[in-house]
Design a binder for this molecule. Structure first.
Ligand SMILES: Nc1nc2c(ncn2[C@@H]2O[C@H](COP(=O)(O)OP(=O)(O)OP(=O)(O)O)[C@@H](O)[C@H]2O)c(=O)[nH]1
Ligand SMILES: [Mg+2]
Length: 285
C-alpha cells in the first residue's frame, strides 16, 4: 500500500485558509484531544510550524508563495488504534486558480488528483460573489440590463464546478452513477464570518442558499458528499496587533468545525476522520 492511499487532496484557492487550517490541525493532532492524533514522527512541518509560531503570538500567518508546494507527512491513528499516513499539502492557492483559467493541469497535480482517495475542497463564502444569472433572475431582466462589450466573467460557482469537472475528467471517472470514489468533502471556511442567521444552520443548507448551482452539482454528482463548516481560528486575527486571548490561552483553545447537523465541535480533525473513514483507517481493506 502506497503512502498516497491516505493522502487528502486539499483543494483551495488563495486566501481560503489552507495554511491556517493546517497549522491548527497539526496543533490538535499533536495535543491528541480529538478523534485523530499524531502517532509517530511527522515530517516536512516547516510551513505549518512558522504559521503556528505566528498564531502563538496572536498574529495571522503569511500568504503562501505562489510557487510553493510542500507535502507534509503525518502518521496518525484514530481512537480504535487504526493507523494512516496523512499527506497534508501546503501550497500557494494561485495554482488552483491558474488551472481553472488556463484549463491545464500540471503533471504533478495530475498525479495527486488521480492518486488521492479523498478530495477536500475549501470554500470561503465571504470570498465568493453571487452573480446575477439565469438561476437567480429571469433571463430577460439580465440581458436587458447591460449592453455592448461588457466583459463576461464566469461566476464563482461556475468556476468551482468547472474545476471539479476538470479533476473528475483527469481521473477518468466515466460512470453515469453518482461518484463514490474519490470521496468529496466541502469545507466552508472562516465560518465565523457568517451572519447570525446562518451561523447556527447546517452547513449544507448554507451552501445551498449561497451557492445553489454549485450545491446542486455536488449533490447530484457524488453519492455522499460531505459538507461541513470550519473556523480554523475561531475569529479574525490581524497583522496590526496581537490578539491577547490567543497569547493567554493558546491557539489550541480556538477554532471549531460545524458538523453536518449544525453542531459545533472544537475537534478540528473531524472532517479528515470523516473522509478517511471509508478508506483504510477503519480497516475496510
Ligand atoms: N475570520 C477568520 N479568518 C481566517 C480563518 N482562517 C484563516 N483566516 C484568514 O484568512 C486569510 C487567508 O488564510 P490562509 O490560511 O493564509 O489562506 P491560504 O488558503 O493558505 O492562502 P494562500 O496561501 O494564498 O493559498 C488570512 O488572513 C487569515 O488570517 C478563520 O477561521 N476565520
Ligand atoms: Mg497558504
Amino acid at each position: 500500500m502506497g503512502l498516497s492511499d491516505n493522502s487528502i487532496l486539499l483543494i483551495g484557492e488563495s486566501g481560503v485558509g489552507k495554511t491556517h487550517y493546517g497549522a491548527q490541525l497539526l496543533n490538535r493532532l499533536m495535543n491528541g484531544s480529538g478523534k485523530l492524533r499524531m502517532d509517530g514522527a511527522a515530517t516536512n512541518l516547516e510551513p505549518f510550524q512558522s504559521a503556528m509560531g505566528r498564531l502563538n503570538e496572536g498574529l495571522p500567518a503569511d500568504h503562501t508563495p505562489t510557487t510553493t508546494y510542500v507535502d507534509s507527512l503525518w502518521p496518525i491513528s484514530d481512537e480504535y488504534g487504526h493507523k494512516a499516513e496523512l499527506v497534508w499539502p501546503d501550497y500557494g492557492g494561485e495554482q488552483i486558480k491558474a488551472m481553472s483559467s488556463t484549463r491545464r493541469i500540471p503533471a504533478a497535480w495530475r498525479d495527486r488528483v488521480v492518486a488521492s482517495p479523498g478530495w477536500l475542497l475549501l470554500v470561503r463564502l465571504q470570498q465568493t460573489r453571487m452573480n446575477e444569472d439565469m438561476f437567480s433572475r429571469p433571463l430577460s431582466d439580465i440581458t436587458g440590463a447591460s449592453t455592448d462589450n461588457r466583459e463576461v466573467q464566469v461566476s464563482d460557482q461556475a468556476r468551482l464546478i468547472e474545476l471539479l469537472q476538470m479533476l473528475i475528467y483527469v481521473r477518468n471517472e466515466v460512470s453515469t452513477k453518482p461518484l463514490v470514489s474519490p470521496r468529496l468533502g466541502v469545507l466552508l471556511s472562516c465560518w465565523d464570518e457568517l451572519g447570525a442567521d446562518e451561523f447556527e444552520r447546517p452547513p449544507a443548507q448554507v451552501l445551498e442558499r449561497r451557492l445553489p448551482m454549485f450545491s446542486n452539482f455536488i449533490q447530484s454528482n457524488w453519492a455522499d458528499p460531505m459538507v461541513m463548516g470550519l473556523s480554523a481560528l475561531g475569529r479574525a486575527l490581524t497583522p496590526d496587533g496581537s490578539d491577547m486571548d490567543y497569547i493567554a490561552q493558546g491557539p489550541e483553545h480556538f477554532g471549531y468545525v460545524v458538523l453536518p447537523d449544525g453542531q459545533h465541535t472544537s475537534d478540528l480533525t473531524r472532517p479528515i476522520q470523516y473522509l478517511l473513514t471509508a478508506g483504510t483507517l477503519n480497516g475496510a481493506r
